[in-house]
Design a protein around this ligand. Sequence first.
Ligand SMILES: [Zn+2]
Ligand SMILES: [Zn+2]
Length: 651
Amino acid sequence: MENQIQITLPDGSIRTFPKGVSGLDIARSISEGLARNVLAAVVDGQVWDASRPIEADAQVKLLTWNDTDGKSTFWHSSAHLLAEALEALYPGVKFGIGPAIETGFYYDVDLGDHKFSQEDFKKVEDKMLELARTKEVFSRTSVSKADAIAYFEDKGDEYKLDLLKDLEDGKITFYNQGNFTDLCRGPHIPDTGFIKAAKILNVAGAYWRGNENNKMLTRIYAVTFPKQKELEEYLHVLEEAKKRDHRKLGKELELFTFSERVGQGLPLWLPKGAALRERLENFLRRAQVRAGYLPVVTPHIGSKQLYVTSGHYEKYGKDSFQPIHTPDEDEEFLLKPMNCPHHCEIYRSKPRSYRDLPVRFAEFGTVYRYEQSGELHGLTRVRGFTQDDAHIFCRPDQVEEEFMKVIDLVQYVFKALGFSEYSAQISLRDQEDRAKYIGTDENWDRAEQAIIRSAEAKGLNTVIEYGEAAFYGPKLDFMVKDALGRKWQLGTIQVDYNLPERFDLEYTGSDNKKYRPVMIHRAPFGSLERFVAILIESTAGNFPLWLSPDQLAVLPISEKYTDYANEIFLLLQEEDLRGYVDHRDEKIGKKIRDAEVSKTPFMLIVGEKEQAEGTVSIRKKGEGDLGSMPIGQFIALAKEEINKNLLKFQK
Ligand SMILES: [Zn+2]
Ligand SMILES: [Zn+2]
C-alpha cells in the first residue's frame, strides 16, 4: 500500500507502519516503557530525532541512554538547554558551537563584559532544570539560507552568521525549544523533560574557530543526566580521580619528578620510582626468558638512513627532534622514535632458516618523540619513554601460535598487577576497500583468522573493529578497566607485513627458497612511563605487595625498643622484604599516620609486650589490626601474598 512503509528492526523483524511514522511511534508500538526512554533513532545508519517522520522503508534502531549515540544526542541537546538558560539569564549572549564530548558537552559563548565564574554556576544549573521541567519540545524546521541569515542578523549573533557562510542553501535547519532557537543539523532528544540533573563543570577560554587571531570566547563545560543519582555517581568518580591523579601521587610517593632545567616531558625517576620500575622490568624479563625471548640492546640514536628505510622518517621526520650531525664525517643521526628498525637489522645479522623461527628479540628500549609542550601530561604524554618492546619474526604458519603465547604473557602480567577486568579489541581490514593494505590477501586472511581464533581460545572478551587495522597488519589491543570504571588501553600485539618487506628480511624454507618472515610487535606494558601512571591511577598508589616501594614499616613505640625493632628489621631483610624502621622521636600515632600516607602495606608495631613475647603487632593497610604474631608467622603471611600474584610464568 502506498501509505505504508516497512521498518526493519535490529532483531531482523519487519513491521509495517503508516508513512511518516517516527522512532517514538515505533517505540510506543513496542512498549510505553521503551517510549519513555527513547532519545533518538538510527535510521538507515544516520542518527535522527526520535520524533522525525520516516517517509520510506528503512532500517531503524532506537537509541536509549545505554547507547553511545543516545548519550551524545542527550548531551548535545543539553547544550541547547544550557544556551536557553544562559539567554534567559544574560540577555544578549552570543553563541558559537555547542557539541557533545566524550562525557558531557560544552558551549562556546560570548558573554560580552560579563566574566562567567563559579558564582554563576548554580544559577545556570537551576535555570536549566527549571526549563527542563516544562518539557519543552525540540522541533526541527528547514529554513532558507536567506531567512537564516536574516534571523541571526536581527539577533546580532556574528558567530552563527560566520557558521552560516559554510552552509549550503536548502540544507539548513533550525531547532527550537521554548524561547530558544539555534542553527543546528541535529539530532536532539524529544523534549527537555528527559534532563533531570545538570552540573556546570568548569570554564575555559577558547578562540573562535580555534584561531588565535579571533576573539576568545568562554567555553562552558557541563554534564547532564537522566537521573540525579547518576550525576552523584559521576561526581564521586571525578573526585576520586582527582585524588588518584598520578602526577599528584607520584610526587607524594616520591616516585618521579620533572625539572624545567632538564626539559619538559622528560621524567626523572626518583630512587623509589626507579626501584619500582626496575621491579617491573625484572618481573617481565624473567617471564620473557621463560617464554623464549632473547634480550638485545640497541643504541638511542640511529642513522637517518635507517629510518628512511623503515618509513619512520616519513612519519616522524617532520615532527621529530632535529637531526644530530657529526662534526667531520657529515653523518646524520636521529633520536630513535621506534626500536623496530634496529631489531630488523639484528634479524639480518645472520642467515635464518625456517627451522630457526620464530626468533623473539626483547629490549627495554628508550625512544624519543617530539610532542608539543601543550600536549605533555605527567607520565602519560612525555618526550622520552621506555617501551617493553619485543619483535617476533616467524613464519606465516606460526602467527597463531605466537599470538596465543603473547596473550598468555599479557594475561600473566595483568594477573600479577591485579587487573582483573579487561577486554580486547581486534582491528581488522576494511572489508570494502582492501587495496590500501600491504601484504597478500592470503596472509591477511590467515593472520586475521589467527588473531580471532587465539583470542577465542584464550577466552578473551573481544570486540572486532573492521577498518581499524594499520595498513601494514591487523592487531589486538587490550583494554583494562579500573576500580572507577575508567578504561585504559594497555598492551598491543601488532602483525606487520611492511617492515620485513622494507628491510628485505628473509628466511630459507625447507625447499631452499627464500621467504619473508612475518613480524609481530608487542608490548604488554606499552611504555614503563605510561604503565606506571596507569598503575598509580588504578590502584590509587596501593600497589600489589611485590611491587610496593616499601612493603613494611617497623614502628617502635618509643626509643626503648629501638634495638628490638632493628633486630626484627634485620630478619625481614634477610627474607628479602623491604621497608624501614621509623626511628624518629615521634608519637606512635604520628608514625602510623605517616606510614599510611606513604601507602606502606604493613606496619609492624613493637613495644614492651611485643619485645617480652618476641612478637610484632601487625596493622595492614585497608584491613586494620591483624593482632600480634611471631615474626616468622608475619614473614609467611607476607610471602604468601607476594606469591599469590607472582606465580611463575608457565610456557
Ligand atoms: Zn543541536
Ligand atoms: Zn615495533
